[in-house]
Design a protein around this ligand. Structure first.
Ligand SMILES: [Ca+2]
Length: 479
C-alpha cells in the first residue's frame, strides 16, 4: 500500500486491509466510524477521503507494486545460506527467503550473456539467430519489446544499474534507453573497471567522479535515489540491478586500479559474497526508509553458477592470480560450476519477497527460468497482453497466491555454444543423446542414453526428446 500523507494516517489504519476499490466495501467496517464519531466534520469529510484512498489503492498500489529485480553475477546456490550454503554468511538474502518465497527449481543459462538475453527478452537466445548469442551485443529485434520497454510502456519509472554487457557502451551511449530504461548507471563490455575507480556510463555520459569509489556503492546509491524520487513523484518503479558482484575482477586488474578494500588489497570471493549480501541489505533498508517495503516485489536471483576459478588479485610481479572457488553446501564440497550445463552451473538461487502479497516462509518446487521474469513482472504489474511471442511463462499466479496457477512449465531449456539440453524436475536430455535420471543421479555421471529404455524412463525420454526437437528457429508469430 502506497504510504499516505500524515493527515490520512488515522483513516488508513482503520480501513480494512483488503479494501480494493470503491467506497461501499471500504465503508462497511463498524470500527471505521466509531473512533471518529465525536468529530462532526469527519462525517462530512470521511467519505471523500476514503473514496480517494480506495481509488488510489486500486489504481496504483494493489495492481501496481514497485519492482526491484536483483541478479547477482557468478553466484550459485552453493554460496547462499538458505540454499544450504555453509561457506559464507548471507543474512540479508536469507531474510528475503524467510520472509517470502524460495524457489527450489530456479534456472539460468550457464554463463553471463545468454542469461541476460533471456531475462531482457523473455526468449531463449537461439530465437534471435546468431545475434542472440553474440557476446557484448544485443539483438536489434529485441529493442522495443524487452523487459524495460514492457514496464515503461506500462507506466513504470524504469532504471538499471550495474552490469550491462549488451553493447560496447562507448559506441552506443544511449542503448539502455532504446530498450526501455529511462535512467541508468552501468559499466559496459570489458571497457574498464567495475569495482575500483569504475568506468561508468550514466544516462548517456561517462561519470567523472568515480576515482577512489567502489562500484557497488555507486550502483546501489543510484538505484536508491531513483526509487526514492519515483516514489515521491507518485510513480511505481521498476529498478533492475544486475550486480557486478561476484564476478572476477579481470578488467580492474588489467587497468591497475587501486583496490578499494580496507588495506588496499583485492576482495576474496568470500568478501565479495559478503559485499553482495550487504548491497541487498542496503536496498531493502532503503525500501523501508522510503516507505514502500510492503508494496515492493523484490526478486533475487543470479545469472549462473559460482565460477570454478576467478581472477581476484595479482601477485608480487603484477601477474593476475586465479584461485579456484569451492563452497561447502549441505556438508559437501561443491566446485564452482559456471559454464557447465549441470546444476552447479544453471540451478540458481531464486527468491521472491513481497510482504503485502507473498506469505512468508514458503518453498516451492515450480520450475522457473530467466525467460519467465518478463511475463511475470508484466502480469504482476497488471499489464495487458502485448501479443509478443515469448518463451517465458508467467509465474505471477504463484506470487499472487491464486489457486489457478495458469500455464505451468514442465521443462526448462539450457543452451551454450551449440550444446543444448532440456530438463524436467527429474530427468534431463542433451542434444548429443546423453540422458539422466536426476532423482538418482543429480551429478549426471551415468547416462542412460544408450540403454534400451522402457517404463517411466522411456516415457520421459520421449517427452523431452519431443520438446528438444521443437526448440529450433523463431517462435510462431515472431517478427
Ligand atoms: Ca555471470
Amino acid at each position: 500500500m502506497r504510504p499516505l500523507k500524515r493527515s490520512n494516517l488515522m483513516i488508513r489504519l482503520l480501513v480494512p486491509t483488503k479494501c480494493r476499490a470503491g467506497l461501499p466495501s471500504c465503508w462497511s467496517g463498524h470500527n471505521l466510524v466509531q473512533p471518529l464519531g465525536a468529530m462532526a466534520i469527519a462525517y462530512v469529510m470521511l467519505p471523500l477521503t476514503l473514496s480517494s484512498v480506495c481509488a488510489r489503492d486500486s489504481a496504483e498500489s494493489t495492481q501496481r507494486p514497485n519492482i526491484l529485480l536483483i541478479m547477482a553475477d557468478d553466484v550459485g546456490s552453493d554460496a547462499i545460506g538458505c540454499y544450504g550454503g555453509q561457506s559464507y554468511p548471507t543474512p540479508h538474502i536469507d531474510a528475503l527467503a524467510a520472509g517470502g518465497m524460495k524457489f527450489s527449481h530456479g534456472y539460468a543459462m550457464p554463463v553471463c550473456h545468454p542469461s541476460r538475453v533471456c531475462l531482457m527478452t523473455g526468449r531463449y537466445p537461439f530465437r534471435f539467430g546468431a545475434e542472440g548469442s553474440k557476446w557484448g551485443d544485443f539483438p536489434e529485434a529485441a529493442e522495443g519489446i524487452s523487459i524495460g520497454d514492457r514496464m515503461k510502456k506500462g507506466g513504470y519509472a524504469t532504471a538499471v544499474a550495474g552490469k550491462w554487457q549488451l553493447c560496447m557502451m562507448k559506441n552506443d551511449l544511449d542503448h539502455p534507453r532504446r530498450v526501455g530504461f529511462e535512467q541508468w548507471c552501468l559499466f559496459g563490455w570489458h571497457e574498464g573497471g567495475r569495482y575500483h575507480d569504475p568506468l561508468l556510463y550514466q544516462n548517456g555520459k561517462i561519470r567523472d567522479d568515480t576515482a577512489g569509489r567502489y562500484g557497488p556503492d555507486l550502483y546501489v546509491e543510484f538505484l536508491v535515489d531513483f526509487m526514492e524520487r519515483s516514489h515521491q513523484q507518485g510513480k511505481p518503479f521498476f529498478a533492475y540491478y544486475p550486480m557486478a558482484l561476484c564476478h572476477d575482477v579481470t578488467d580492474d586488474l588489467k587497468g591497475r586500479h587501486v583496490a578499494w578494500y580496507q588495506d588496499g588489497r583485492w576482495l576474496t570471493y568470500a568478501e565479495m559474497i559478503a559485499s553482495m549480501d550487504d548491497m541487498v541489505g542496503r536496498l531493502v533498508a532503503a525500501l523501508e526508509r522510503i516507505g514502500v517495503r510492503d508494496e515492493t516485489l523484490v526478486i533475487f536471483t543470479t545469472d549462473n553458477g559460482t565460477a570454478g576459478a576467478s581472477y581476484l588479485t595479482v601477485d608480487e610481479k603484477g601477474k593476475m592470480v586465479r584461485p579456484k572457488v569451492v563452497s561447502v553446501r549441505d556438508g559437501k564440497v561443491v566446485p564452482g560450476g559456471k559454464g557447465k550445463l549441470d546444476d552447479t552451473g544453471t540451478r540458481v538461487p531464486w527468491i521472491a519477497n513481497w510482504p503485502a502479497q507473498i506469505k512468508p516462509g514458503q518453498t516451492v518446487d515450480d520450475m522457473v527460468d530467466l525467460t519467465d521474469l518478463l511475463p511475470t513482472l508484466a502480469e504482476v504489474a497488471g499489464l495487458n497482453d502485448d501479443g509478443v511471442p515469448r518463451d517465458g511463462v508467467s509465474f505471477a499466479p504463484l506470487l499472487l497466491g491464486k489457486s489457478d496457477r495458469g500455464r505451468q512449465r514442465s521443462w526448462i531449456f539450457i543452451q551454450l555454444r551449440g550444446n543444448r539440453c532440456v530438463r524436467s524436475p527429474g530427468w534431463k536430455l542433451y542434444d548429443d543423446g546423453r540422458f539422466f535420471n536426476l532423482s538418482s543421479d543429480p551429478g549426471e555421471s551415468n547416462s542412460l542414453g544408450k540403454e534400451p529404455l522402457g517404463g517411466e524412463a522411456g516415457r520421459r525420454h520421449a517427452e523431452l526428446s519431443n520438446v528438444l526437437m521443437g526448440l529450433r528457429g523463431p517462435l510462431p508469430g515472431q517478427e
